[in-house]
Ligand binder design. Structure first.
Ligand SMILES: [Zn+2]
Length: 415
């Protein structure tokens, strides 16, 4: 059933409007009291004077109260707006995307089940329900097994990215599931799962959803044919061209098989892909949360560059195909903003000194047609980030924030 949800921005404008009309409807000082001032006769005059003074005091009190209330609220709103707008000032994509990311939140909407001690933890304004039933989120805990991801300390590792990403992803899964979403975890333990295995799993999940919803853009026989091809990636479970583990995703651009899958996935509006990672800075100067997403342009630009630089891409048997077009570029950016906005709004320590929301060419986002984001939760190389990532309360907070980010995205999209 389609839920009627008004986008956050227009709800906020409505709220401003109702405050204005409330001011104009308040009773003004009694106009008759002014007339009474001109009558200088006995009891009638004294009674009129008393009414005037009383009316004036009440009127001034009401006026002062309204002024205090509206100024306080407006100042809060402006402060919040500045805070969330400024988050994107350094994003290279900000200028082309208008008001995306200008979200609001209010201290009045405190979340009841917050386990975090930060009293400022709030849901975004007008999120009246956490309900995510009907939505599917594919969660990819980065790395695992022989691929530890980034480590710290660099020379004698004690902390591995793959352990953090699994723990966070499982907590996010728990939170999303509790809100009614269907969640698929692409890695459930500390084992090696190749990138193209994860992508094949993603396509298979999408084939099932599209088939279930009766929106396959091709025949069921074609769906089974594609399933057979994708299962090859899972059996081989390697990321090299030589192993065959890349399957229908090998090469640049989109082949016919992948194109069919993309066409199907572009239509799955209620399915999102989130890859969970930690970042690392060799110079240890960077910290905080960053979100990455793909656009047609970012992928094609990067593919062309690699084609010129990478000898593997220049092999005669390496498929060079049509470029990638048709992604939901703006949706990917919007999702990135919603995630960053909530993570940093709820965990201020994770405000990055790098670029918050970035477009790039990540295979894990490139090789499917779903709207998605890669969440670099924080920097393992930063002492404060690392210390926080080890706290249960912070992991809870990350799970709440990512789930709220997903909800905010769907509220903005009104789907
Ligand atoms: Zn990673």
């Amino acid at each position: 059933m389609k839920k009627q949800i008004t986008p956050l921005t227009s709800k906020y404008e409505d709220a401003c409007g109702s405050r204005s009309s409330a001011v104009s409807n308040e009773p003004l000082p009694d106009a008759d009291a002014n007339k009474g001032k001109k009558k200088h006769s006995g009891d009638s005059f004294r009674i009129r004077m008393l009414i005037f003074v009383f009316g004036a005091i009440v009127g001034l009190g009401v006026f002062a109260g309204i002024m205090y209330f509206t100024q306080d609220k407006d100042a809060d709103a402006k402060k919040e707006k500045r805070r969330y707008s400024s988050s994107y000032r350094t994003s290279s994509n900000r200028s082309s995307s208008g008001s995306l990311g200008d979200f609001y939140r209010t201290k009045d909407d405190k979340k009841d089940d917050s386990v975090f001690n930060d009293p400022g933890y709030t849901l975004p304004e007008n999120i009246s329900s956490n309900d995510l039933s009907g939505y599917t989120i594919i969660l990819d805990p980065g790395h695992g097994g022989r691929d530890t991801g980034c480590v710290f300390p660099f020379d004698s590792p004690q902390y591995n990215e793959c352990d953090f990403t699994l723990r966070i992803a499982k907590r996010v899964e728990q939170e999303l599931t509790s809100r009614g979403a269907t969640v698929h975890l692409l890695r459930t333990d500390n084992s090696w799962v190749s990138l193209y295995n994860r992508l094949a799993q993603t396509h298979l999940i999408c084939l099932d959803i599209a088939q279930e919803q009766g929106i396959l853009p091709f025949s069921e026989e074609r769906a089974d044919e594609l399933r057979d091809l994708l299962w090859q990636n899972i059996y081989i479970n390697e990321d090299t061209v030589a192993s065959g583990g890349m399957g229908i995703m090998v090469g640049s651009g989109v082949g016919e098989d992948l194109n069919d899958l993309f066409e199907m996935e572009y239509k799955l509006e209620k399915v999102l892909f989130l890859s969970i990672h930690l970042n690392s800075s060799e110079t240890r100067t960077l910290h905080g949360n960053q979100i990455f997403y793909v656009t047609d342009d970012s992928v094609i630009e990067s593919e062309n560059r690699q084609m010129n630089e990478n000898p593997e891409y220049q092999r005669s048997d390496f498929p060079i195909r049509e470029a990638y077009y048709g992604r939901h570029n703006e949706d990917n950016f919007l999702l990135g903003c919603c995630l960053y906005d909530n993570i940093v709004g709820n965990i201020p320590d994770f405000e990055t000194n790098g670029t918050p929301v970035n477009s790039d060419n990540y295979a894990v986002l490139r090789e499917h047609g779903l709207t998605g984001a890669l969440v670099e939760v924080a920097y393992l190389s930063d002492d404060n980030d690392r210390e926080m990532l080890q706290q249960d309360q912070v992991v809870d907070q990350i799970a709440y924030s990512i789930s709220d980010g997903v909800k905010m995205y769907y509220l903005q999209k009104d789907i």
